[in-house]
Design a protein around this ligand. Structure first.
Ligand code: ZN
Length: 494
């Protein structure tokens, strides 16, 4: 066990928070309702299946705590770069110390802290509650509030990370501490894991831990991470569970040829080779194809669509054969177009540094995202076949391994049954993401990993994820705190 032993900065201390909780608990004990509730058996209060509404007093204080945790996490500056995630590690350490929970920490580089703690349970494969503690930078001049304020304004908790993902981080902490406090026997270990660097690829976080602290992932059956999301449109609530992602394959194309003076161009140069390779790529989009999880996802989306889209989404295998539909999809729904084909975005290029010099080499970089049904090597070989005639070399900057998490699991069933019970009429939708999270690391280990957040977003709502005035509505955040706990309880308690 590696303990960093850094002193906790005063502003991160939860002493004040704890003090106010004690006062609340004291007042609760003295109240009539408190006396009645406290006279009930503990198991009845905690609700061994689902928390009934009658225990709102208990849930209420957990939600109060989670709001404060979220505010304090937002105020903990972990903007990446540089990260400084050890500050978040210190924050969690102080809470675990106060709760009497053992934990371990490790820095992948100075200031790049990771922390994990485990509640021991039975022999079922363990569940990891995974969160990243870093956040993307915020440009203060476009915000109407200090991005690290964490203050509540008009019912919204504001600040960088409110959604991505300190909000879900606080929700996971609430679940983890509640399980610990309840003392209920668990059917499996539950691991709290807060890591660095997700926003920059996770190589100082989950990627590093897999290489350097592999024991964390021994005997783990499930990971619950960010991704997915819940939405409510005209009353209908849909909970998205992200089961797979497009696989990033980041490539650099390099061409080398005879340099010379700009006044006397040869038929070919390093730059013309790059241009020809990119032009070929642009003229030959990768053919559309449908993988199983995308077909399911599109069929689910069709339920909320009008006649101009629904028939196509319902039968997407056939729809991709229709060039008019594909053109419309690409034009109007580029994100969904990306789910039915491999794509490459041309994002960077470089030629000469002087206008009158033909350079000896030139390069371009491609952000390619492939469907998770074939290895990246195969994709690169196909690409080479397409543009190799131009003489460019393809170099891999970064490529992940494709993996899909199955949905026939106890965890998926729990998400379905508990959300159905707590939100009658809602449905759960397995989803495929065009972006990537740390889940690809754990899916590569063969661990079923779901992106899931019960926080409900309504149409047109300003979320500010990676943008300005990132925010989360306090009331729906509170609801998500108790919903998440109910789901996890269902899986870890028999
Ligand atoms: Zn995130």
């Amino acid at each position: 066990m590696l303990r960093l032993g850094y002193p906790v900065p005063r502003e991160l201390s939860t002493i004040a928070n704890r003090h106010s909780q004690e006062l609340l608990v004291h007042a609760f004990r003295k109240s009539l309702l408190g006396k009645i509730l406290l006279s009930l058996p503990l198991a009845a209060l905690l609700g061994l299946t689902l928390m009934p509404a009658a225990t709102a007093q208990i849930g209420q204080s957990l939600e109060d705590e989670a709001v404060v945790w979220l505010q304090e996490l937002i105020r903990t500056d972990t903007v990446n770069p540089p990260g400084n995630e050890t500050r978040a590690v210190e924050y969690f350490s102080a809470i675990f110390d106060a709760e009497g929970i053992a934990y371990e920490t490790a820095e992948s580089a100075p200031g790049r802290g990771n922390i994990w703690a485990r509640i021991e349970g039975g022999d079922e494969p363990a569940l990891i509650l995974l969160q990243h503690t870093d956040v993307v930078p915020a440009d203060e001049q476009y915000w109407t509030i200090d991005p690290l304020s964490g203050d509540i304004r008009d019912g919204y908790i504001l600040g960088r990370g409110a959604r991505d993902m300190k909000g879900l981080g606080a929700i996971q902490l609430a679940t983890f501490l509640s399980l610990h406090r309840s003392g209920v026997e668990l059917n499996r270990d539950v691991i709290f894991l807060a890591t660095a660097d997700e926003e920059a690829g996770g190589f100082f976080g989950v990627g590093w831990l897999i290489d350097n602290r592999p024991e964390i992932f021994d005997d783990v059956g499930f990971v619950l991470n960010e991704g997915g999301g819940a939405s409510q449109d005209e009353g209908e609530v849909v909970f998205g569970v992200e089961v797979t992602q497009k696989v990033p394959v980041w490539l650099r194309l390099t061409a080398v040829d005879t340099p010379g003076h700009g006044s006397s161009p040869r038929p070919e140069s390093s730059v013309t080779r790059i241009v020809e390779a990119l032009y070929t790529l642009q003229q030959n989009p990768f053919p559309p194809r449908v993988i199983g999880p995308v077909a399911d996802y599109f069929a689910g989306l069709a339920l909320d669509m009008g006649p101009e889209w629904a028939p196509f989404y319902n039968n997407i295998e056939q729809a991709i054969e229709d060039p008019d539909f594909m053109a419309r999809l690409h034009q109007q729904r580029p994100g969904h177009n990306s789910l039915v084909r491999d794509t490459c975005s041309m994002t960077r290029m470089n030629g000469s540094n002087k206008i009158n010099v033909i350079p000896p080499d030139a390069w371009a970089e491609l952000d390619c995202r492939i469907l998770p049904d074939k290895p990246s090597e195969q994709f690169i070989a196909e690409l080479d076949e397409l543009i190799g005639f131009t003489g460019v070399e393809i170099e891999t900057i970064m490529a992940f391994t494709p993996a899909i998490s199955q949905t026939n699991t106890r965890l998926f069933q729990a998400i379905e049954s508990v959300t159905q019970e707590l939100h009658p009429g809602s449905r759960v939708q397995a989803a495929v993401s065009t972006g990537f999270t740390d889940s690809h690391f754990t899916r590569d280990l063969g661990i079923v990993s779901y992106g899931f957040n019960p926080l409900i977003t309504v149409p047109g709502e300003h979320t500010g994820v990676h943008g300005n005035d990132e925010q989360v509505p306090e009331a729906r955040f509170r609801r998500a705190v108790s919903d998440y706990y109910a789901i996890v309880r269902n899986v870890v308690i028999d």
